[in-house]
Ligand binder design. Structure first.
Ligand code: ARG
Length: 465
């Protein structure tokens, strides 16, 4: 099909074909073949609209439709003869259509350019990725809510600076991530709504003199409306950037959770064990169970940040309208989307399968003076001390316990009263970790009762999604 002396699509003006290196730098077919389903859907919508408005004949439109379906099935079955000489998916499909149906294939491109064609295909593809990412995030939220429900009252240390801070519940910690991933879903939903306008019919950059029905093609492809400005329609890739931005923030959240899984599954923490399905061994150290999936996920997500920076950089110097630089939008976005989907699936698998070690969580929460704040609060509430003074008295008691190598509940009442005479036996009630978490009933606090109420809310939200 590829004619080396004059390109089939624009050969009229050229006397020789491209240099081999030119072909190598120019061709995108190695990766943009992924846009085949979107490209064919766009062409079908365009051809049907051209026929509906008498711009091409119904007979030609029918031949185009049949031919495109054949092309799609050839691509799906792996029988399609992709050619680098034909640059990209758009020209590969059209050239094959010509082989299959002859002359009517040449009428498909009426009132259309590859510029609006690629912008349409890519929007459709990125829109699908938004949907897939939202679905993946919902599955992950479900796994987190399952964990939260099982461990609504399991006590663990909450950290700041990775130093023991105050006891929290396992369920509360899991639901913190459910919240973060919900905002990620919101960002993807917003991006999807904004990108859902059709560039098709913008043609090369200026629109066309053919009486196209852009509403019809927009509607056929599931867009809310056509883009209102033809220059904008073919020039911007902000929709991909918005996807990459939302994906980057999601990736950052996933990576933090991955980091926690790596820390928690260590022999020093033992907060969780990852299942065999999500661990690997060592070829030399027989005791090893490595959290490789969490580590790889943490690392792989860097690609998404990279893609966002790369595409920003591609776009930032381009005058309107289309420049070939924009062909570099796809590989980065494809790779980022693949990395995101893989990371979401891996994280959902790990969270769903992991077992929290309830005893280890509790033991860790009981060390490190995690209830010192409860003691200071007790002094303020029961003995009427200003909080700053209560903080000081408690600090002295922590120092005392530390010097004895014990924890706060191990001090005697006499020790306590030496620090402040108003302290009574009742103080010991607040030094236990269960009472500590149970008391945190402020809205959004870690109390098991709150966690259970939030689990119920999440169940409802996820069922409605
Ligand atoms: N493969 C090209 C891309 O991805 C398609 C658009 C080509 N347009 C052009 N004017 N050369 O951007």
């Amino acid at each position: 099909m590829a004619d080396k002396t004059s390109n089939a699509m624009w050969g009229g003006r050229f006397s020789t074909g491209p240099d081999a290196i030119m072909e190598a730098i120019n061709a995108s077919i190695a990766y943009d073949r992924r846009l085949a389903p979107q490209d064919i859907a766009g062409s079908r919508a365009h051809a049907a609209m051209l026929a509906a408005h008498g711009i091409i004949s119904t007979k030609d439109a029918e031949a185009i439709r049949e031919g495109l379906l054949t092309v799609l099935s050839e691509i799906e079955s792996g029988d399609f003869p992709f050619s680098a000489a034909l640059e990209d998916i758009h020209m590969n499909v059209e050239a094959r259509l010509k082989e299959l149906i002859g002359e009517p294939a040449g009428r498909l491109h009426t009132g259309r350019s590859r510029n609006d064609q690629v912008a349409t295909d890519f929007r459709l593809w990125v829109r699908d990725q938004c949907d897939a990412a939202m679905e993946g995030l919902r599955a992950l939220q479900t796994a987190l809510v399952d964990q939260a429900e099982a461990g609504a009252d399991w006590v663990m240390p909450g950290f700041t600076h990775l130093q023991t801070a105050q006891p929290v519940t396992w369920g509360h910690h899991m639901l913190a991530y459910a919240e973060m991933f919900d905002r990620d879903i919101g960002r993807l939903r917003d991006a999807r709504a904004r990108m859902n306008e059709s560039p098709l019919g913008a043609a090369a950059l200026a629109g066309t003199s053919y009486p196209l029905d852009r509403d019809a093609t927009a509607h056929a492809l599931g867009f809310d409306r056509p883009c209102a400005n033809s220059l904008d329609a073919v020039s911007d890739r902000d929709f991909a950037l918005e996807f990459l931005s939302a994906a980057s923030i999601t990736a950052m959240h996933l990576s933090r959770l991955a980091e926690e899984l790596v820390i928690w599954s260590s022999a020093q923490f033992r907060f969780v064990s990852l299942s065999d399905r999500w661990s690997t061994g060592s070829s030399i150290m027989p005791q090893k169970r490595n959290p490789d999936a969490a580590e790889l996920l943490r690392a792989k997500l860097g690609r998404i940040f990279g893609a966002q920076v790369a595409l920003m950089t591609v776009m930032k110097g381009l005058p309107l309208a289309y420049s070939k630089d924009m062909q570099e939008d796809k590989e980065q976005t494809f790779d980022a989307a693949d990395s995101l989907m893989l990371a979401l699936a891996a994280m959902t698998g790990m969270v769903g399968d992991m077992t929290a070690n309830r005893e280890a969580l509790r033991a860790a929460a009981s060390h490190g003076f995690s209830t010192a704040t409860d003691l200071a609060d007790w002094l303020t509430r029961e003995a009427g001390l200003p909080f700053r003074d209560a903080h000081h008295v408690t600090g002295a008691l922590v120092a005392l316990a530390e010097s004895r190598g014990c924890d706060l509940p191990d001090l005697t009442l006499e020790d306590m009263q030496n620090a402040h005479p108003a302290i009574t036996e009742a103080v010991f009630d607040v030094l236990g970790v269960d009472n500590s978490v149970a008391s945190r009933t402020s809205y959004g606090g870690t109390a098991p009762a709150n966690v259970r109420a939030q689990v119920a809310r999440w169940r409802k939200t996820l069922a409605e999604a």
